[in-house]
Design a protein around this ligand. Structure first.
Ligand code: NAP
Length: 320
């Protein structure tokens, strides 16, 4: 019997075709709506390979029922949606899609920074609603980006790509990681800072650390209170790193200038979410890696990883 694969979202046929040639492939039939918990629970008990999206939670309980499962390949670089510790204990390989999305995600992060600092959303909304009555000297004024200081929390692959962009805008770059990166400091002319120091000095703070037990709620009321009143916070890695109640308070009470959000504590973010009522929030729906080329390239990495594991080879981009 051929090994079987379940794909938790409808993906382009041409991408899935190589898997279909070799394996029995079943695929959730919607592009827009996530697989139901019941279907995922049922499939995971049967299949040899699971191709997941970042919106699928694969916990220990689910993994315990996965008697045939050999590999989970996640369409993302972040894998906080999968209990990798449990998978490792059970000998289930987990793979992700790093590197190929780095530049595209950095483009989005930097774009969100520009949009937030220069208030693109308010300006466009006013224009479309007929609110552009005349050119006004201080109308729609925001914060400069060029020549300012950006603080990057999580100077990894994407953090470095944002730093490269910042250098093109003549910005000073501070970064905070758990470990210093002397070669990166030398190559890009960036400076390490402790978290509090970075928050106090940066004009724009960009969050690019992974979501872990350690980073959960890392930016709360105290941290936001350290930031400049004129500063922006750009959140691109995972929403749970920022305490959204504290962020709402900071934005509403103008303790910081604005926030650019690609990620949220709960996704999809409810349309009535308090943060979405604030004019100084620029929000997009988790589109960091969303260019056609990058998403298709990420999918090809998943196909390769699943094929490698099911044919007995070591896959690239193995997380555990
Ligand atoms: P990466 O290369 O692994 O970089 C992550 C960086 O975060 C590392 O330099 C790491 O350095 C640092 N870090 C880890 N824990 C930390 C902590 N507790 N405090 C401070 N820094 C910490 O990952 P990447 O490829 O750049 O991706 C980063 C994250 O972006 C992913 O995990 C994913 O969640 C997110 N992402 C989002 C999108 C989107 O669509 N919005 C797209 C792609 C990726 P140390 O280990 O030295 O601390």
């Amino acid at each position: 019997m051929k090994p079987s694969v379940f794909i938790t979202r409808k993906l382009p046929e041409e991408i899935v075709a190589p898997l279909k040639e070799k394996f029995t492939v079943r695929m959730w039939d919607s592009e827009d709506v996530a697989v139901t918990h019941a279907v995922l629970r049922e499939e995971i008990t049967q299949v040899d390979a699971l191709w997941t999206m970042l919106s699928d939670t694969i916990d220990r309980d689910m993994l315990e029922s996965a008697t045939n499962l050999k590999v989970i390949s996640n369409l993302a670089v972040g894998y906080n949606n999968i209990d990798t510790e449990a998978a490792n204990e059970m000998g289930i390989i987990v793979t992700n899609t790093p590197d190929v999305l780095t530049e595209t995600t950095a483009d989005l992060a930097f774009g969100l920074l520009l949009a937030t600092a220069r208030r693109f959303n308010t300006a466009e909304k006013e224009l479309r609603q007929g609110g552009w009555l005349s050119w006004t000297p201080m109308g729609f004024t925001g914060m400069d980006v060029h020549g300012t200081t950006v603080g990057i929390i999580g100077m990894g692959r994407i953090g470095e790509a944002v730093a490269r962009r910042a250098k093109g805008f003549n910005m000073d770059v501070l970064y905070h990681n758990r470990s210093r990166k002397p070669e990166t400091e030398e190559e890009y002319g960036v400076a390490f800072a402790e978290l509090d120091d970075l928050l106090q000095r940066a004009d724009h703070v960009v969050i690019l650390a992974p979501f872990t037990e350690e980073t959960k709620g890392m930016i709360g009321g105290r941290e936001l209170g350290l930031m400049k009143k004129t500063a922006t916070l750009i959140s691109v890695s995972r929403g749970c790193i920022v305490d959204e109640v504290a962020l709402y308070d900071a934005l509403k009470n103008k303790k910081i200038f604005g926030a650019g959000l690609d990620v949220f504590e709960t996704e999809p973010v409810p349309v009535r979410h308090p943060l979405l009522t604030l004019p100084n929030v620029t929000a997009v729906p988790h589109i960091g890696s969303a260019s056609v080329k990058t998403r298709l390239t990420m999918m090809k990495l998943n196909v390769d990883a699943i094929t490698d594991v099911l044919e007995g080879r070591e896959p690239a981009n193995r997380v555990v």
